[in-house]
Design a protein around this ligand. Structure first.
Ligand code: TYD
Length: 203
């Protein structure tokens, strides 16, 4: 099957810029790819994304948030990721299951065993071949993210939340060095991209 590549990191580390640059890089090489994102990636999952990112008067339970993330993921895997990989198309996903461990697990305190179980249930064996993790000092990243006009429900969290999220991402990367490529997001954009494209040569 063709490679499945995911992009992770807290808000403000330049993840979306790297995703776009990677897509261009593949296009230049005449490689067919599908550029997608989570939560979202299918019409129904995009509706779940809108609900998940919006602010609500009612308190959203970590359990509810987790289940909706995985509901969106199940749709995304079955209707976009798997069919693309089967058809010989590379898949680039802006976030995937590592985000659920980092945000819902480490960030919100949801039992990691529950997340592990939901991952097995929803992703039908679809595991990324390569995961780029962009890291930067949390305060710096948040400063960048908060320049955006309107902050969504996640972007409105406090520094300590994102410290837990980034620490957990790094723990996961240390456990799976073969899959993760950790990149210092404070490097120049061209250097970040050069590291990423070099790593892709080994796919
Ligand atoms: P993000 O890629 O940051 O969207 P944008 O850059 O357009 O703001 O993703 C939206 C949010 O969803 C992000 O704050 C992290 C969160 N998220 C989770 O909490 N768990 C998950 O499993 C996923 C995929 C995303």
């Amino acid at each position: 099957m063709t490679p499945f590549i995911t992009f992770e990191g807290i808000e403000g580390v330049g993840k979306s810029t790297l995703v776009q640059a990677t897509a261009k890089h593949l296009a230049k090489a005449n490689i067919r790819y599908c550029l997608t994102r989570e939560p979202g990636g299918t019409p129904f999952a995009e509706q779940l994304r809108a609900v998940l990112l919006a602010h609500h008067d009612e308190r959203i339970l970590p359990a509810t948030e987790t289940l909706l993330m995985f509901a969106a993921r199940a749709q995304h895997v079955a209707n976009v990721i798997k069919p693309s990989l089967t058809a010989g198309v590379w898949v680039l996903s802006d976030r995937y299951t590592d985000a659920s461990f980092a945000y819902q697990g480490a960030g919100r305190g949801v039992d990691m065993a529950v997340i592990e179980h939901l991952a097995g249930f929803s992703q039908a064996g679809c595991v990324p071949d390569l995961t780029f993790l962009l890291v930067a000092p949390v305060a710096l990243a948040l400063q960048r993210a908060k320049k955006r006009a309107v902050l969504d429900r996640f972007e409105s969290e406090q520094l300590a939340f994102f410290e837990r999220v980034q620490d957990h991402y790094l723990q996961r990367a240390a456990l799976e060095p073969g899959r993760f490529c950790v990149i210092d997001a404070t490097l120049r954009l061209s250097d970040v991209q050069a590291i990423a494209f070099d790593r892709m040569k080994s796919l």
